[in-house]
Design a protein around this ligand. Structure first.
Ligand code: MG
Length: 202
């Protein structure tokens, strides 16, 4: 399986990063070794600025290529929640030098994923509320209504370039409010007020 992540899919997050609003979806990838489903996550030694990015995650349910926007809904059944952990200090250096982002984005355990996914038929896809709390204080709030590109548009765009396969995950971008975590923090992700994962930074 593969993990495809969307960058700058919420305009308020693009603003906080001083990045332009994209004219088409921006995506990058993480390897399967980035997936983290455990409880205790060890702070990586190579960064001093580990940032949380809470994101809705789409699980692909069928192989597809060149998927039309109108057909994209047939290619996923469930939505989960994850964190696209980012070594922001390394990403800054990569951006300044025009280098790829993998060192900052694709490292081991950088893709937190909920055990539970919610059937899309139980959700209003245009109004999914989600949030991240740190030590019981809410630090990021998002709603799928604020996505620049909808889930169906993302699937259509990605599949022009890359064949999507069953089990692939699409991290659909983070809303504003990204920030640092430190050892001792407890992070909990909520989808429509339901806690879907909780991790401790060790
Ligand atoms: Mg992200």
């Amino acid at each position: 399986m593969k993990i495809i992540c969307i960058g700058r899919n919420y305009s308020d997050h693009a603003k906080e990063m001083n990045s332009p609003i994209p004219e088409e979806p921006l995506f990058f990838m993480k390897p399967d070794t980035a997936l983290f489903r455990d409880t205790n996550l060890y702070y990586p030694e190579f960064t001093k600025e580990l940032h949380h990015e809470i994101e809705l995650v789409v699980k692909i349910s069928k192989v597809g290529k060149h998927i039309a926007v109108a057909n994209a809904h047939k290619y996923y059944d469930e939505i989960g929640l994850g964190i696209d952990f980012t070594a922001r200090d390394i990403q800054k250096t990569c951006k300044e030098k025009g280098l790829p982002w993998e060192k900052a984005k694709a490292f081991d355990n950088s893709a937190v994923i909920s055990h539970q996914f919610i059937a899309k038929d139980l959700l209003d896809l245009g109004n999914i509320h989600f949030s991240l709390s740190k030590n019981d204080a809410t630090i990021q709030i998002g709603n799928s209504a604020d996505m620049i590109f909808s889930i169906d548009e993302l699937i259509s765009h990605i599949s022009k370039f890359i064949t999507l396969k069953t089990g692939d995950l699409i991290y659909t971008g983070t809303p504003e409010g990204v920030g640092p975590v430190k050892i001792g923090d407890k992070l909990t992700g909520f989808l429509n007020e339901k806690a879907l994962f909780s991790i401790n930074i060790k």
